[in-house]
Design a protein around this ligand. Structure first.
Ligand code: 5GP
Length: 177
C-alpha cells in the first residue's frame, strides 16, 4: 500500500522554482548535471527542462540499500561518469538525502576529479536520520522519517513509475514541508 505524501502538482511547482533558482545562480555559465542513478532519473528529467542555462547531463550510478529499507552505510559505484569534470561547474542531483552517507561518499569522489565547483540539489531530505551532515544547496522538500517511493524512488525496484511521492506501508502519519 502506498499513501500519497507529495502530489504531482506540488512536485511540478517545486521543480519549477528550483529550476528558476539554478538558472539565476548559474547565469552566464555552463553546467554539468550529475544525476545519481537510479532514484533521481525522474527528478533529473523534469529539473533539466526547468533550467535555462546551457548544460550537459552525466550519470553516476551508486547503490546503497540493495533490496532493504535500511542504509547499510556501504556505497557501491555501479556506473561511473562517462566524461571528465575537471574545471567544470557541477550540480549533483540526488533523489533523497537520508543518513547523508551516500552523498558524502559521492562528493569525495567528485571533488577528487578537480571540478571548478560542486553544488548539491536534492528532491527530499530526512533530517531525522542524519549521520553525516551535508550542505544541500537546492532542496525540494523536507520529510519525516518514513520510507517513500514514487517519482523515481523504489522499493525492491518497484514504484519508480508513480507520478507522486508516497509512503510505503502502514507507517506513522507523515508530512512534507
Ligand atoms: P543515505 O546514504 O543518505 O542514507 O541514503 C541515500 C540513498 O538511500 C538515496 O539516494 C536512496 O537511494 C536511498 N533512500 C534513502 N531513503 C529512502 C526512502 O525513503 N525511500 C527510498 N526509496 N530510497 C531511500
Amino acid at each position: 500500500m502506498v499513501r500519497p505524501l507529495i502530489p504531482e502538482a506540488d512536485l511540478a511547482r517545486r521543480v519549477r522554482e528550483i529550476g528558476e533558482a539554478i538558472t539565476r545562480d548559474y547565469a552566464g555559465r555552463d553546467l554539468v548535471i550529475v544525476s545519481v542513478l537510479k532514484g533521481s532519473f525522474v527528478f533529473t528529467a523534469d529539473l533539466v527542462r526547468a533550467i535555462e542555462v546551457p548544460l550537459r547531463v552525466e550519470f553516476f550510478g551508486v547503490r546503497s540499500y540493495g533490496h532493504r529499507t535500511e542504509s547499510s552505510g556501504e556505497v557501491q559505484i555501479t556506473l561511473d561518469l562517462a566524461h571528465p569534470i575537471t574545471g567544470e561547474d557541477v550540480l549533483v542531483v540526488e533523489d533523497i538525502v537520508d543518513t547523508g552517507l551516500t552523498l558524502t561518499y559521492l562528493l569525495e569522489q567528485l571533488r577528487a576529479r578537480g571540478p571548478r565547483s560542486v553544488r548539491v540539489c536534492a528532491l527530499l531530505h530526512k533530517p531525522a536520520r542524519c549521520v553525516r551532515p551535508v550542505d544541500i544547496d537546492y532542496l525540494g522538500f523536507t520529510i519525516d522519517d518514513v520510507f517513500v517511493v514514487g517519482y523515481g524512488l523504489d522499493h525492491a525496484e518497484r514504484y519508480r513509475n508513480l507520478p507522486y511521492v508516497g509512503v510505503l506501508g502502514d507507517g506513522p502519519e507523515a508530512a512534507a514541508r
